[in-house]
Design a protein around this ligand. Structure first.
Ligand SMILES: [Zn+2]
Length: 290
């Protein structure tokens, strides 16, 4: 009875001394250092940062990245964007010919043109992978359009640094919401400094000119799984090509809620019923409104 041992859970990372957090991953709890600049996870961070789904930088294998860390040339993903000022040091490294260096530096420079989705993946926020980044990006694009701002990444940073509740995005639960806010609390300055390295695409507010403007001025909110359109992007594109607008939440100004599960009891369904906003299925959207 007396031999229950309490395991002391460390409050700070043994490597960088910054706070650690318990993050729920599937059904297990994992202790994670939240500091994006932690040396203990730098190689993993850099590897993810240069990966295809993030900034897709060529020529930086794990061995090359380790070399850059060991020589002190790179201590954070931001340092990659200053490697161009260190070509002499680079040329002294083993197996680094002039051509290889030029290719790496070129690839780093082209990665400056980026999207909010790649940016989010590159941040390496615990629990936020490619799928979640895509969902967040799409949502923040809509919010950016609604608020008349120009850059979805700015809307995202503002939301992540405030108490915005990301669980209103489908597929994002409480754990992911907490993880985003913890990450931003710990790494806000890093995120801002990193964002300065990039040229983000502006939101395309120009009306896509089309001969069909049957949905002109109509506002649609979409919720739940789709089965006629391949994915939400396609439905959004269809609505916008006919002059309609897609909004992130149901308000008095919303004209239709599109959902295939009218009885799901979701907050959007309830809101639409309360406000007497027509709730229509994908079929009804296709057949009646087009
Ligand atoms: Zn650490």
């Amino acid at each position: 009875m007396n031999n229950i041992k309490f395991i002391q859970i460390p409050e700070v990372c043994p490597i960088c001394g910054k706070p650690v957090s318990v993050v729920k991953e599937n059904d297990s709890e994992v202790l994670m250092c939240m500091n994006a600049g932690c040396k203990g996870k730098l190689l993993g961070e850099l590897n993810a940062f240069v990966g295809k789904k993030a900034h897709d930088i060529n020529g930086l294998s794990e061995a090359t990245l380790q070399l850059l860390i060991d020589t002190g040339l790179v201590a954070s993903p931001i340092d990659l964007y200053y490697l161009k000022d260190h070509s002499t040091e680079l040329s002294r490294l083993p197996r680094m010919g002039a051509k290889k260096i030029a290719n790496i530096l070129d690839s780093i420079e082209s990665s400056r043109n980026t999207t909010i989705e790649k940016f989010i993946v590159g941040l390496n926020i615990p629990l936020i992978g490619g799928r979640a980044a895509k969902d967040i990006a799409r949502y923040e694009e809509i919010r950016t359009r609604e608020s008349g701002m120009l850059y979805p990444f700015e809307t995202f940073i503002k939301d992540a640094a405030s108490d915005f509740n990301f669980t209103c995005i489908e597929g994002l639960g409480t754990e992911r919401n907490i993880s985003i806010h913890r990450y931003f609390k710990e790494n806000y300055d890093y995120v801002i400094a990193l964002a300065e390295q990039f040229i983000f695409s502006k939101l395309n507010n120009d009306k896509i000119s089309s001969e069909n403007d049957s949905l002109s001025g109509k506002k649609f909110c979409i919720t739940g799984k789709l089965h006629i359109f391949a994915n939400r992007d396609e439905l959004v594109a269809d609505i916008e090509s006919k002059g309609g607008k897609v909004v992130s939440g149901v308000t008095k100004a919303t004209d239709y809620l599109i959902t295939n599960d009218k009885n799901s009891g979701s907050s959007k369904n309830k809101k639409a019923s309360e406000l007497n906003i027509p709730i229509i299925s994908e079929e009804e959207y296709k057949n009646k409104l087009n």
